[in-house]
Design a protein around this ligand. Structure first.
Ligand code: PGA
Length: 254
């Protein structure tokens, strides 16, 4: 059975002092939670700090992106092997902010996914439609296109090694969460796309929901049969909120 997973995406927030305060508060609050994996995805410069603070705990960590190339003349980039050096287990790829603001195309995202797997990281692949796309009825087509680009490169077995996060762009940072039913519908569609060619992979791949998840709505979202946890932005910067979300996932896993 798939366990639940809750990953915090700190985005470009934090600093040495506030990271320490956040993790000092978070560690005891998530210690002993069963049935849920808890992860924080920190900005690159803080991965060493996070590693130092979380080593040996039940809180895993990861990065928010990764370079598609393994090494070489790629100024400003960070490779998957470098992330492994700092104990990362996860790397987010294809976050909508990277797709919209930094030119990450479907093909680039697929290459990043593959690079992460090659180094032994677990990629968290973000998929999701914009408001315009939802309103014009192409949500499934958009999500299928984003998924297919990755499957084309890594196959269904490669997909089963990662995590998918459905994040409707209109719900990210807006306070406007997808209803549990809206999330479930797209999650079931994604799982169905995988099941169409690989039923085993479909049963294995965790599908997280992201977009304005908070303590107050987590329980209902995580109760949906195809929602295996969450990718949390704003609420991941608050130890009380984030740990409550992790607790909701642990309860849903029972
Ligand atoms: P949010 O962000 O929880 O602040 O909406 C989610 C995300 O971008 O991963």
């Amino acid at each position: 059975m798939r366990g639940k997973l809750v990953a915090g995406n700190w985005k470009m927030n934090g600093g040495l002092a506030s990271n320490r305060a956040l993790l000092d508060a978070l560690l005891p609050a998530v210690a002993g939670l069963d049935g849920v994996g808890c992860v924080v995805c920190a900005p690159y410069p803080y991965l060493a700090q996070v590693q130092g603070l979380l080593q040996g705990s039940n809180l895993a960590w990861g990065a928010q992106d990764v370079c598609q190339f393994d090494n070489g003349a790629y100024t400003g980039e960070v490779s998957a092997a470098m992330l492994i050096d700092f104990g990362c287990r996860y790397a987010i790829v294809g976050h909508s902010e990277r797709r919209a603001l930094f030119g990450d195309t479907d093909d680039v995202v697929a290459a990043k996914y593959q690079a992460a797997c090659r180094a032994g990281l677990t990629p968290i692949l973000c998929l999701g439609e914009t408001l315009v796309e939802r309103e014009s009825g192409v949500t499934e087509a958009v999500v299928a296109r984003q998924l297919d680009a990755v499957v084309k490169v890594v196959g269904m077995t490669g997909l089963a090694k990662g995590v998918v996060a459905y994040e409707p762009v209109w719900a990210i940072g807006t306070g406007r969460t997808a209803t549990p039913e809206q999330a479930q519908a797209v999650h079931a569609f994604v799982r169905g796309c995988v099941a169409a060619s690989d039923r085993v992979a479909a049963g294995q791949v965790p599908i997280l929901y992201g977009g304005s998840v908070k303590a107050a709505n987590a329980e209902q979202l995580f109760a949906m049969p195809d929602v295996d946890g969450g990718l949390i932005g704003g609420a991941a910067l608050n130890a009380v909120e984030f740990s409550a979300i992790c607790r909701s996932a642990a309860e849903a896993a029972r």
